[in-house]
Design a protein around this ligand. Structure first.
Ligand SMILES: [Zn+2]
Length: 381
């Protein structure tokens, strides 16, 4: 028998908010103030760095918040921890920037946030509460909400987001893991551009059709924007809104699909192996792939999240040559790929679907002793 420890993890619950006109105005004003603070703090850090070679930290800047409130009373209308969170965000952006510089990359300097880019405020600890029908936020008040699914665990943070004119709140909660019973099976997953993914069990998962339809609509809408040359016209503004709405719809559909696909894999397997995108991204230089990489990144992160909740195991493997290696005899060469979809080993004559062959290689790298090893221990050590 295996021991399963109780572990906690963070889970986000997102709900639509229905603010009144006055509340919406207040929310927009808070976003404006926070964006302004972000940009000013960014300016200060830039100036200090350029003029004196000094680094101003988020911690340094937080000490000024009292002064800011004294000089600009409108900032008293924003919950103090929300303001601190703005500076923490900036600090995070800088830390990520410096980390990448250190790693020898050339990242973009943290950017000033435009009106449309800054669209959320976060209550990182307190100043909010929620019941069945109302969500309370300090300095804003009680906003109408409907909890279409119940909150679980202990609520840690609340983030209000503006999304194409609609308002949402996302509560991050600490919940206990709920380990699933072991299934005795392991699976390798190969993601592709033709299929969403192919498993080593021979399952070909299609990209959802409604998603393709939405993509087509999006392309039409994008063309409509491009045709309207007058940047100030009302028609153009409406067309731009339509594109934004379609984008939102598509990303929701994609997220929903990713949730379901990941949940199925987690339910059915103790161990799931997939390619490590950090390795596969290198040197492929294929645009279609890099666009898909973004989506796969989301899918894989959902997968590992769910794995953690359910005490399953996810293994990322180096994907190099998984598409050229024969799963039957191990012979690896480019000529094995008879075509985009067909694999035919030049050494042993093994014939298979190319993606299925790759999925089996991916599983083989995670579980070197073979496929569907029942002894894989998937529980939390
Ligand atoms: Zn072979």
């Amino acid at each position: 028998m295996t021991h399963i420890q109780t572990t906690t993890h963070l889970k986000a619950f997102r709900y639509r908010l229905r603010p009144t006109r006055a509340q919406e105005a207040a929310l927009n004003e808070q976003l404006r103030l926070c964006r302004n603070l972000y940009n000013c703090a960014l300016q200060e850090r830039r100036d200090a760095y350029r003029k004196a070679g000094k680094t101003v930290t988020g911690y340094d800047q937080m000490k000024y918040l009292t002064e800011i409130k004294a000089a600009l009373p409108e900032y008293k209308g924003v919950y103090s921890q929300v303001l601190q969170d703005v500076l923490k965000r900036l600090d995070k952006a800088f830390k990520a920037f410096f980390r990448r510089v250190k790693a020898g990359q050339t990242p973009g300097y943290p950017r000033f946030q435009g009106q449309d880019r800054y669209d959320s405020i976060c209550y990182p600890q307190s100043g909010f509460s929620v019941s069945e029908k109302t969500a309370y936020f300090s300095k804003i008040g009680n906003i109408r909400i409907r909890l279409h699914r119940p909150l679980e665990g202990k609520v840690k943070t609340a983030t209000i987001t503006r999304d194409c004119g609609e308002w949402y709140v996302s509560y991050v909660c600490e919940v206990e893991a709920q380990p699933l019973p072991e299934t005795g099976s392991s699976v390798g997953v190969d993601v592709g551009t033709t299929w969403f993914c192919i498993t080593s069990d021979g399952e070909f998962v299609e990209n959802p059709r409604h998603f393709q339809t939405a993509m087509k609509k999006l392309r039409v809408a994008q063309r409509a924007v491009a045709r309207k040359r007058n940047k100030r016209s009302n028609r153009r503004r409406k067309a731009v809104q339509r594109v934004a709405k379609l984008h939102r719809k598509i990303s929701r559909q994609r997220l929903d699909f990713h949730h379901k696909a990941a949940a199925k894999l987690i339910r059915e397997n103790d161990l799931i192996a997939h390619e490590d995108l950090n390795v596969s991204g290198m040197g492929r230089g294929n645009l279609a792939r890099s666009i898909h990489d973004v989506g796969w990144g989301q899918f894989f992160s959902l997968l590992s999240q769910k794995a953690e909740w359910a005490a399953r195991k996810v293994v990322r493997v180096d994907p190099r040559y998984t598409s050229q290696r024969c799963n039957a005899c191990g012979h690896t060469c480019r000529e094995n790929r008879a075509s985009q979809s067909r694999f035919r080993c030049v050494a042993c004559g093994h014939v298979n679907n190319a993606d299925l062959n790759a999925a089996r290689n991916i599983l083989g790298r995670a579980v070197p002793s073979g496929i569907n090893v029942a002894v894989v221990n998937a529980s939390v050590a």
